[in-house]
Write a protein that binds this ligand. Sequence first.
Ligand code: PFF
Ligand code: NA
Length: 457
Amino acid sequence: GSSAVVTGKKRLQWSSRMAFILAAAGSAVGLGNIWKFPYITGENGGGAFVLVYLACILLIGIPVMMAEIMIGRRAQKNPAEAMESLALEAKANRLWKSVGWMGVICGFLILSFYTVIAGWAVSYVFTAGSGAFVDITPDQAGAMFGGMLADPIRLLSWSTLVVIVTMYIVGRGVNAGLEKAVNFLMPGLLVLILIMVGYAMSTGHFIEGVEFLFAPDFSKLSTESVLVALGHAFFTLSLASGAIMTYGSYLPKNTSIVKTSMAVGIVDTAVALLAGMAIFPIVFAYGLEPGAGPGLIFVTLPIAFGQMPFGTLFGVLFFLMLSIAAITSAISLIEPAVSWLTEKRQFSRLKACVTSGLGLWILGLGTVLSFNVWENHKLFGKTFFDLMDFLTANLMMPLGGLCVAIFAAWVIKSKVAEEELGLGKGLLFKAWQFAMRYLTPIGIVIVFLNALGVISL
Ligand code: PFF
Ligand code: NA
C-alpha cells in the first residue's frame, strides 16, 4: 500500500503505524550511519566517543524525537507554524516559531552537502560495476577516491542527478513509492552490512576493530569530541531539522509515539554499530588510518569487495542500497521546506520543488568545490563543507534540540504531552519529562560551554 494518503483536510497521513516507522527509519538511516558515524568515530578515537554517542541517543535523542513527533502531530502543521500555533495555544511567545524555522533552514543546509556525498555513493555503484575493486590495493583505493574528489565536474554531475531524483520523488507528492523502497531497503541494507561484517571477521583483525569501537579510552576524548557525539545523535536521528516533526504531523492519532520513536532509534543505532564493525577491522587489517576522514568507507570497503567472493556484485548492491538510503533521507530533509512553500506560500508542488531544488543545487556547489578548487580556501580553519557540517550538526542541531526540549516540557501544557505520548502520568512519562526538563537542556548547555572553553570539565 502507499505510505501516505490524503485525508479530508487535504493533509497527508501515513496509512499505518508501520508506514510511519518505515518512513521515519528511511529518514534516519542514511549516510549518517554508514558514512559519517565510522569516520567521526575514527577521528575521535573510538570507544569513549561511541559510549558518549550512545548515551546521547538514549538520554537525549530518543526523548527529543518523541517531543518532535508530538509537536508535529498535535499541531498538524509544518514545523514553523506548528511551533507557533502550539505556543499561542499555551499563551506563550509566538517567536517560538523561529525554532521551527531554524530547523527547516538547518535541513536545507544539510541537504546541500548531503546530496554531494550521496553523489559519491552513486558514482561508486558504477565504479564497483566496472570491476575496478577486484584485487585493489589500499594505495589504489586511496588514489581512486582522490581522483573522484579532484574532479569537480564528476562530483557535480552525480550530485545533480541525486538532486533531480530527490526532487522528482518529492514532486510527485504522496510518497507512494517511498514505503515500497524502504520496505526492501532496510532488510537488504542489513543483509549486505552483515556480509561485510562477515568479511571483517575473516581478516584476523575483527577483535581489534571491535575493541577500537567499544573499549572506551577516555584520554582520547576531547571536549570537542563530546560536542561532535551530541551533534551526531541529532543528525543520525534526523532531529532538529524539520524532518521528524513534519513526518510526525502526518502520523495518525492512534499510533504510539513512544514505541515508534524507540523502534526508529534502535534500528538506526544497530545500522551504525554494524557499519563500524564492518569497517574498523578492515582499517586495521590493511594498515589504514582510522582518522582518515570523510573518505574512510570509500577507501576501506572497495578493498574488502575486491577480496571477497562475488565482491563486484556485492559492491554494486551495497553502494546502490547506500544511495537509496541517502535519497530516502534527502526526501525527508526537503519535505519541510516544500510543505512550507505549498501550505503557506501557495506554491504548486512542482514550483516548490523546482525552487528548493535549484537553491540547494547552488549551495551544493560550495561543497563540490571544497574538495578540489576551494580546498585551501578556509574560514575559521574550515573548508565550505566542514563549515556546513559544523554549523548544522554541532551548532544548529544541539541548539534546536535544546529549544524543542524546553518548549515541549516547559511551554506546552503537561496535559497535552500526557495525551499525545499516551503514557498517562506513569513512570515512563516522568522519565521523559525529566529528560526534557533537565537532562537535555542542562546537558546541551554544559557540552556547549565546555566545547567553547568557557568551563572545563
Ligand atoms: N538521519 C540522516 C542520516 O543519518 O543520514 C540524515 C538526516 C536526515 C539528518 C534528515 C536530518 C534530517 F532531517
Ligand atoms: Na541515521
